[in-house]
Design a protein around this ligand. Sequence first.
Ligand SMILES: Cc1ncc(COP(=O)(O)O)c(C=O)c1O
Length: 468
Amino acid sequence: MKSKVSNNALFPDKDEKNQVLKKLWQSLDEIQIENSTVTTMLDLTNFRKQLTAIDFNQSNQLSDMVDWTIQHLQKGLVQMTHPGYMGLFNPAPTFPAEVANIISTAFNPQNCVWSHAPVAVEIESHVIKQITTRLGLTKSATGHFTSGGSEANATAFVCALHHKNSDFAEEGVTSFRGQPCIYVSKESHLAWLKIAVTTGVGRKSIRLIATDGQGRMDTVALRKAIKQDIKARKLPVMVVATAGTTNAGKIDPIISCRKICNEYKLWLHVDAAWGGALLVSDIYKNRLDGIESADSITIDAHKWFATTMGAGMFFTRHKSVLSSLFSVSTDYMPSNDIEQDLYVNSMLWSRRFIGLPLFMSLATVGWQGYAQHIEHGIDLIAYLSEELTTKGWQLVNHSDMAIACLLPPDNSSLSPSQIVAKIVDKGEQWISVTKFEEQSVIRICITNGMTTQNHIDALIKNLLETIK
Ligand SMILES: Cc1ncc(COP(=O)(O)O)c(C=O)c1O
């Protein structure tokens, strides 16, 4: 057999690679997202026709496919990198994060086993250690990168179950005498319901606790629910305090939740998927007070830390619970060292170099540089809220973070959803409508580090024109 690569198009030589990459950079460089609409402008029928024609019965030039993909993505996405995107927790990625992604794609390290990727694994554990220290967790605390907040929360869920009942890892939920109960506020992120299904405890195990009129968990209602469940011979297991609710950026009373957990011997998880980024700011990090007392914590890198998608983090004070749950031993793996092999301490097996984008961003600008990013978002929301409230709008959430939930003036004939629909239709900004304390509100969230006061002024102008 002649010595050649299996397929030149899949594994081209250096010259061919360079040609494609040069063209790719040119095409990406020419994109000016800010000058187009933040919303989709796709001719869907035409796109679907073209997509159907790519049926893999014939091959294409890679450079043509690159052009085709970029051309359609430019029109067929809600654009997170547009400074007018003021919507869900989807950021424009930092430039160091983008660069990091290119590097990790080129090397494609396998981070599940230390011996396969010692440098990559140690870079990730360095980031985790630095954040652990900044959070004020004990020295023995541990953590790892996850695919996102949902995986980190699911990890907390099984850790709490196992901590309650050490037969859980072997016997599963049948080892519980009574239904395990998890307490989250009704404003929490409802991936908890999905997690309850996948762990086998079922949705009924999730107690949606009432809020206090300001979007935070009502701890009187929490205590009452726990007592009721105990009386009904159910098994309270975990309380989740959300630090940065998805709707309104509110923080549940973490310290009171801790006290209740101590009283009833429950696991306290803090879901700081969005709000955890406050830890970088010396001005605002005290808003997370009490987080250091949590049994476990979720923080997403791909939310306010603005890395590329799928990057979350899980932290816990109970290192041994992770290995009790996830440790396995097989001959085909080079090792199963619970001190350093990630696959024996976490849900994932194979994994990308998830932590490099956050490492690269933090290493480039430090805590202080990140603090500027966080504080900028909070300042912009304060500016927007002040400008609109002086014109008769109502700010209903008074968030600890960069989210405003607003109502138009009383004399407006348009509802929040009608106003949002008109703004989104115009294509200059993407904002959303949600419910805050049972009331329909306009939700505006700063996620993009390139959004400036000028962009906020443009939004204010559009909002005021809409209700004229
Ligand atoms: C508070 C909170 N927790 C968890 C999640 C789920 O995170 P992910 O989408 O990264 O899985 C979200 C998503 O918005 C969230 O807002």
